[in-house]
Design a protein around this ligand. Structure first.
Ligand code: SF4
Ligand code: SF4
Length: 296
């Protein structure tokens, strides 16, 4: 099974819309499965019009640990307060004990290491969930959600991809909808990819963020192509992106014009190729370019 990851340097450039329509285009010739790895703001399932009833049971997972103290062992030495880089331990002067603030704890373990009386232990927290459901288009979407304010999104992404591999059956392609940016969830998304598609808009920030994201992809020696969304809103930056692609030997897989159908499709919870069939040819062409390149 080939893994194609779709990412963007910044959010809001149409990555999930494009992933959804590409999925529909690929479906004409391939068996696919989608992994929604934008675990801090997953919305791919929504673009396919999936509802909670389309999902089976969600599985709780843990991505992090938190520290807790056994006050019966504490000798009030205050060393843990000094050791906590995240200021997650306060000192209660009246009671002469440390107070652990669960929300601020990053689970780094420094306090556990430094405590001379073994009063501190780290425990697993269930702060994320993963699950899968069937779209009305005949394929599975695997999703993950990290609780608000929690850390460890990269681990959730890895868990989503693992589940997607288990559920893939005889799928030919796994489409991974990555988070935007260059952080941990993006690195976890592109890990193991056969090909990456960078989605961008021709704007100064769109271009700068795309370059940063593709620098990370290049670091892992993964081949990539580019889709320029709303290519007709800024000719100067369109040219810059095309020159950049040429310089890097990357294919511009598509130039998509600005079209209100993208927003209307989202409002109607369908991929844009379903909402407005005039886009079918464009996405078919992307699929055929991927095939010609030997990616799928
Ligand atoms: S585990 Fe790390 S972040 Fe959490 S309380 Fe201990 S030192 Fe602070
Ligand atoms: S380091 Fe251990 S013994 Fe010292 S105050 Fe913290 S919990 Fe208590």
């Amino acid at each position: 099974m080939k893994q194609i990851t779709i990412l963007s340097g910044k959010g809001g450039v149409g990555k999930s819309s494009i992933t959804a329509s590409l999925a529909i285009a690929l479906l004409k010739h391939k068996k696919i499965i989608c992994a929604d790895c934008d675990v801090d703001a997953s919305n791919l399932a929504l673009v396919f019009g999936m509802e909670p009833k389309d999902y089976g049971e969600w599985k709780n997972i843990t991505t992090n640990k938190k520290a807790r103290v056994d006050l019966s062992k504490c000798t009030s030495c205050k060393k843990c307060v000094e050791a906590c880089y995240f200021n997650a331990i306060e000192w209660d002067s009246k009671k002469n004990i440390p107070v652990f603030k669960e929300f601020g704890c990053e689970g780094c373990g420094a306090c556990e290491l430094i405590c001379p009386s073994g009063a501190i232990e780290l425990y697993d927290v269930e702060n994320a969930k993963i699950g899968y459901g069937e779209t009305k288009y005949g394929f599975t979407v695997v999703s993950g959600q990290l609780e608000m304010g929690e850390s460890g999104s990269g681990k959730v992404v890895s868990a989503v991809k693992e589940l997607a591999k288990k559920k893939a059956g005889d799928s030919d392609v796994m489409l991974v909808d990555s988070a935007a940016g260059i952080g941990c969830p993006v690195i976890a998304s592109i890990t193991g990819s056969d090909y990456v598609i960078g989605v961008c808009e021709p704007t100064p920030s769109g271009f700068a963020d795309l370059k940063r994201a593709l620098l990370v992809v290049g670091h892992f020696n993964i081949p990539y192509g580019i889709i320029i969304n709303k290519y007709d809103i800024n000719e100067e930056y369109l040219k810059k992106i095309e020159e950049f692609a040429k310089e890097k030997g990357a294919k511009v897989l598509a130039k998509i014009p600005y079209d209100k159908s993208f927003t209307d499709a989202l409002v109607n919870l369908v991929p844009v190729v379903v909402f407005n069939p005039k886009f079918e040819a464009l996405f078919d062409k992307i699929a055929s370019k991927l095939s010609c390149e030997g990616i799928i």
